[in-house]
Design a protein around this ligand. Structure first.
Ligand SMILES: [Ca+2]
Ligand SMILES: [Ca+2]
Length: 287
């Protein structure tokens, strides 16, 4: 006696040759639905953001020996292992990219700065929550502070600035010698923010890791550990978050790559923006 496999797809009365086609039709339908869902995930999640794959590795975090301007919270220098490759935006989040997020979600737009900005300038006046919300919507997250410094150094553990040991307006948009106002000089043509990616990228292909705007990272501010650590995520809790990389408003010494800005998570200023990271596993799922 022939029995019916309970896992056999229901054919809804189709018999004979048609019955053999239906599983294939259903498979094709499932494939089509999955394709639509994945496409919508890509459209919402990637937003044509300029992701760069950062390889896993090990580096020395904190100020380098010989840095006479090192601050207490940049010590001790310690070994950090970044165990997983990850993606990081090649540029800061732009005004246009953040505008897409606001239009798509109804999220409150940031305050406009009191200087002109085009769509390719970095968005400013973001709180930590705003930055995290954008990155989540874009299919990513804020980078950890360790990921940020690892990516900014791009293999150059011994440098005070990511390009060398002296401040240079050939590599970054920052401010005047005296605190605190914008300034131009050399390749830095901007008193305030400039278009992202206008100055040379670092050796990982990342632009404006120093200068233009500070970039929120995921961590609560905390003391550095005294020894090696793997994938640190900062303090468990706290009152201040961290932003990295200095801005158009800061004087040259603040552009040292190890500088950590302690800042209220609800703080919003015209020189703090964001850059998102993304887990590689999230990319593989989307693809
Ligand atoms: Ca400048
Ligand atoms: Ca920056």
């Amino acid at each position: 006696m022939r029995t019916t496999n309970p896992l056999t797809p229901v054919t809804f009365g189709v018999v004979g040759e048609e019955a053999g086609r239906c599983p294939r039709l259903l498979t094709a339908l499932y494939f089509l639905i999955a394709l639509v869902l994945l496409t919508s995930l890509v459209v919402q999640g990637q937003q044509d953001l300029p992701w760069v794959r950062i390889p896993n590795g090990r580096f020395l975090m904190g100020c380098v020996p010989g840095d006479t301007q090192c601050l207490d919270n940049e010590r001790p220098r310690h070994e950090v292992t970044i165990s997983q490759s990850f993606d990081l935006m090649a540029t800061e989040v732009t005004v246009d990219q953040y505008g897409s997020f606001v239009r798509a979600t109804g999220y409150d737009p940031p305050l406009p700065p009191d200087f002109p900005q085009d769509g390719d300038h970095p968005v400013v006046f973001l709180s930590w929550e705003d930055a995290a919300a954008f990155c989540d919507w874009a299919g990513g997250r804020l980078p950890t502070e360790a990921e940020w410094e690892y990516a900014a150094r791009a293999g150059h553990n011994e440098r005070i600035y990511w390009w060398g040991n002296e401040p240079s307006d050939e590599w970054a948009n920052f401010g005047a010698e005296e605190c605190c106002e914008g300034a131009t000089g050399g390749a830095d043509m901007w008193v305030n923010t400039g278009p992202v990616g206008s100055l040379p990228a670092n050796d990982f292909g990342l632009w404006d890791m120093t200068g233009n705007v500070w970039e929120w990272v995921a961590d609560w501010h905390g003391d550095y550990p005294n020894g090696p650590i793997v994938d640190p995520k900062g303090a468990v809790s706290g009152f201040v978050r961290v932003a990295r990389g200095a801005s158009w408003l800061n004087f040259p010494a603040v552009t040292r790559v190890s500088v950590r800005l302690m800042f209220s998570p609800t703080g919003q200023t015209s020189n703090v923006g964001a850059r998102c990271a993304r887990d590689v596993t999230a990319v593989l799922v989307a693809e």
